[in-house]
Design a protein around this ligand. Structure first.
Ligand code: GLY
Length: 365
């Protein structure tokens, strides 16, 4: 088991490794009651392991599958169910599942009784390396994703890598999109994660979900996220925004394709795009442009927009301008000589080159 500290105030730990779910009980020792929020299929597999680790009375509260259930009415249902069960402010909530559960249960915990403690117990690769760490909780509105939320740091995170063996192949691959992002966040010469080397030699084992390698990769990604979150917990200085590497185009693609692309698939294409964009802006050399393509490709992720004729650069530019980070124009996280930086309104020629790198031609070729 690897234990990683997120040095927020207060600090908490992320336990990464096989069998970590059994550690939930230690995190909520002495609580009077513990509410476990999950979805049916996940609860069927893992709720008993979590419940048996907890001394206090527990109850499982189920929510539906899919982004459509990450909404205010689910939060209301959960809070009303908590109230009927008698959950009080000194008690705790456990979010057992992927990002949808973590975000929704985390937000319910943030607002119920003006805030009860939450333990994040992610069961997908995407949630383990990203969503469960850092205290971002939110639900969707009809007007957009994650529009209502709160920063609510968990009291602990348990990332049980045994749960990753049962993920659907596409869901697992989606998590690899975020792994690719962490591998590309640093200059390769001073990469503190060692992920680039690890991926170079271990891609096949990672795709085969070899347990020891998987636990190692998750722990390395979590360390990066923990460090970034501790330096900018409320995304105020621009440091935390660097975690959105590749995400400006990714969010636009998710909307344009009405979620037929998974988040990780969209991030992979977004990484190729920003590598080329940074090259087009002469911030990096061709070696970096190539690496931003090669790493997602090595993980079996898409590196070009599927059905490119169904979406135009103009449509994607307009969706990207609506991105949360945009402060009037188009904003991208780009690699460069000083590392990752937020860059606004890159030159048209660089954008054209970046679009072409992912198979989108502004005028029909
Ligand atoms: N997923 C990006 C962040 O947690 O800031």
């Amino acid at each position: 088991m690897t234990s990683i500290t997120v040095a927020t105030e207060p600090a908490y730990t992320v336990e990464v490794g096989p069998g970590a779910l059994a550690q939930v009980g230690a995190l909520v020792a002495d609580r009077r009651r513990v509410a476990i929020v999950s979805q049916q299929a996940i609860a069927d597999r893992y709720a008993e392991t979590v419940r048996s680790s907890i001394d206090a009375p527990t109850e499982v509260f189920l929510m539906g599958d899919g982004e459509v259930h990450k909404c205010l009415s689910t939060v209301e249902d959960l809070c009303r169910s908590f109230a009927r069960w008698g959950l009080l402010r000194g008690d705790a909530v456990v979010a057992l599942g992927g990002g949808v559960v973590g975000d929704t249960a985390g937000f319910a915990a943030a607002v119920y009784h003006r805030g009860v403690e939450v333990v994040q117990a992610p069961t997908t690769l995407l949630a383990m390396v990203d969503a469960a760490i850092g205290g971002k909780t939110a639900v969707n509105l009809a007007e957009g994703k994650n529009l209502v939320g709160a920063f609510h740091q968990p009291i602990g995170v348990v990332a049980d890598t045994d749960t990753l063996g049962s993920l659907e192949p596409r869901e697992y691959r989606s998590g690899l999109g975020e792994v690719a992002k962490y591998a590309l966040m640093f200059d390769v010469a001073e990469d503190p994660t060692g992920l680039v080397d690890l991926l170079r030699t271990g891609t096949t084992s990672l795709l085969d979900r070899e347990p020891a390698l998987l636990a190692d990769v998750v722990a390395r990604c979590v360390k990066v996220k923990a460090d970034v979150v501790a330096r900018d917990p409320h995304e105020r200085t621009g440091i935390r925004a660097t975690l959105n590497l590749g995400h400006t185009l990714a969010h636009a693609l998710e909307i344009a394709f009405e979620h037929r692309l998974t988040h990780g698939e969209a991030v992979a294409i977004g990484l190729v795009f920003v590598g080329a964009l940074a090259g087009g802006c002469e911030r990096v050399g061709i070696d970096v442009v190539d690496r931003f393509q090669a790493i997602p490709a090595s993980l079996g992720l898409p590196v070009a927009v599927p059905e490119p004729e169904s979406v135009s650069a103009a449509e994607l530019l307009s969706l990207m301008a609506r991105d949360k980070k945009a402060s009037g124009g188009l904003t991208f996280v780009l690699p460069g000589p000083m590392g990752l930086e937020l860059v606004e309104d890159p030159p048209t020629a660089a954008l054209r080159y970046a679009f072409e790198s992912v198979g989108i031609f502004q005028e029909k070729p």
